[in-house]
Structures are given as structure tokens and as C-alpha cells.
Design a protein around this ligand. Structure first.
Ligand code: BTN
Length: 235
């Protein structure tokens, strides 16, 4: 894909702005005044961190698996830059045990899908976060990272279209944090606990509970037993 890049100083949300642009567009901003995360949460967006949104054509994206392709793209970019990052299901990027990047996919009425990515390059906002945060403290420029991420997204979306989810699922598992370990999944009305067994070919995580029952989870927030001593991760 020949991405067309537009760089802004201040926007409300790069994802909002991206709804007005055609597939192949990449929007970045130095500051977002109303950056948002998954489930309508706030994404605090101070200058120095990276905020970008890519516009793709919806019918070409295999949308259910696109969040995993996006997570693998960001993880692979950062690993290639020397950062030992992991993916927290479904598409958070962890560095130094904290969340250093988040990804928000949104479909628009214009038949596009927006992949919004926020990366803590220089600071790790701590306000109202559900999971502890970290920053890469990198010397890489936002532009270098943006271009590298877009190249990976081109590669992995093509792979998804041509061959389906399997190779991306395996890559995702390579980077996954906490496989085989005890996790807690917070759902709207309950929290369930079990062993995080795998990512299924349908994109769910399988959770083996104490009584041997396996539950398949497609939405929710996960927390790791091993991170339990950190206040932020037990709420
Ligand atoms: C999350 O982890 O909850 C997802 C965070 C996504 C934040 C990015 S920053 C660029 C784009 N614009 C937004 O308003 N949100 C995404």
C-alpha cells in the first residue's frame, strides 16, 4: 500500500479525523484533546507520544482478525527496534511489564476501518488507567516508527487476505504475554479465573477453569495473577 501521510499538531482524535479520509491514509498528531481507547475509555495524549490512525477498506480487511494483525505489526516493529515487547490479549503492547501501546479499531459508515494506535514514546500517563503503563523512552522519531508500522500493516493485512488468520495467530502467540498462566478476565457482570491456554483460530482466548471447563472469551479485559502485587492490575 502506498500510504499517504498527513501530520497534524492538535486534533480531537486521529481516529475521528481519519473517518473523513479514503483508504490508504495515515493521520498522525502531536497532541489529541479527546483521544479514546477501547470501551470508550480516555487515552491521555500528551505531546511526545505517538498517535496515529490508518484507514483501510473494510471489505478487504478480514475485520475479526485485523486487531491481531495490527498488534503483531506494532510488536514486530518495536522488536526490530530493539524493544522486548509482548502482546497482552487482544492487542495491547507491553514493555517493562507496563502497557506501552494500545490499539483501537473502528469501522465507519463509509466502508472503511480505522486502526488507531497510541504509543508511549516519552511518557506513560498514569491517570485512570486500568493496567499499569510504561514508556519506551526511545530516541526513535515518531515518523520513523509510523512508517515502519505502516509497512508491517501492509504486509500483515496482505497475508491475512491471501492466507487467512493462521500465520498471524502463530506470530501473535510468539509474542503473547502469559500463555499457560493463571489469568483473571473481567467481563461486564463477572470476573472469571483460569489458565490462559491459547488463542483459537476464531480469535478467542481459551481459559481452562478449576473445574476443568474451558471457556472461550472474545471480549473483556485480562489481568495476570503474576502481576497481582501491582495495585493497578488488581482493580
Ligand atoms: C486502548 O488500548 O484502549 C486503545 C488506545 C488507542 C489510542 C489511539 S491514539 C490514536 C488513535 N486515536 C484515538 O483517539 N485513539 C487511538
Amino acid at each position: 500500500m502506498n500510504w499517504k501521510y498527513y501530520d497534524f499538531d492538535i486534533v480531537d482524535s486521529t481516529n475521528n479525523l481519519a473517518t473523513n479520509y479514503p483508504p490508504g491514509t495515515v493521520i498522525t498528531a502531536k497532541i489529541q484533546t479527546a483521544g479514546r481507547g477501547r470501551y470508550g475509555r480516555q487515552w491521555i495524549s500528551r505531546e511526545g507520544n505517538l498517535f496515529l490512525s490508518l484507514v483501510l477498506k473494510d471489505e478487504e480487511t478480514q475485520t475479526p482478525f485485523l486487531p491481531f494483525a495490527a498488534a503483531v505489526s506494532v510488536a514486530e516493529t518495536l522488536v526490530n527496534c530493539g524493544y522486548n515487547v509482548k502482546i497482552k490479549w487482544p492487542n495491547d503492547i507491553l514493555f517493562n511489564q507496563g502497557k506501552a501501546a494500545g490499539i483501537l479499531l473502528e469501522r465507519t459508515e463509509k466502508g472503511t476501518v480505522i486502526i488507531g494506535i497510541g504509543i508511549n514514546l516519552s511518557s506513560a500517563p498514569q491517570e485512570n488507567v486500568l493496567y499499569q503503563t510504561s514508556a519506551l523512552e526511545t530516541t526513535l522519531t515518531p515518523k520513523e516508527l509510523t512508517v515502519a508500522i505502516c509497512d508491517y500493516i501492509t504486509y500483515y493485512t496482505k497475508l491475512l487476505k491471501a492466507e487467512g488468520f493462521e500465520k498471524i495467530r502463530l506470530k501473535w502467540l510468539e509474542y503473547a504475554y502469559g500463555i499457560g498462566e493463571k489469568i483473571h478476565v473481567r467481563l461486564p457482570n463477572e470476573t472469571i479465573t483460569g489458565i490462559f491456554e491459547e488463542l483459537t483460530p476464531q480469535g478467542a482466548i481459551s481459559l481452562k477453569q478449576g473445574n476443568g471447563t474451558v471457556r472461550f472469551i472474545t471480549v473483556g479485559d485480562i489481568f495476570f495473577e503474576k502481576d497481582k502485587n501491582d495495585d493497578k492490575n488488581t482493580r
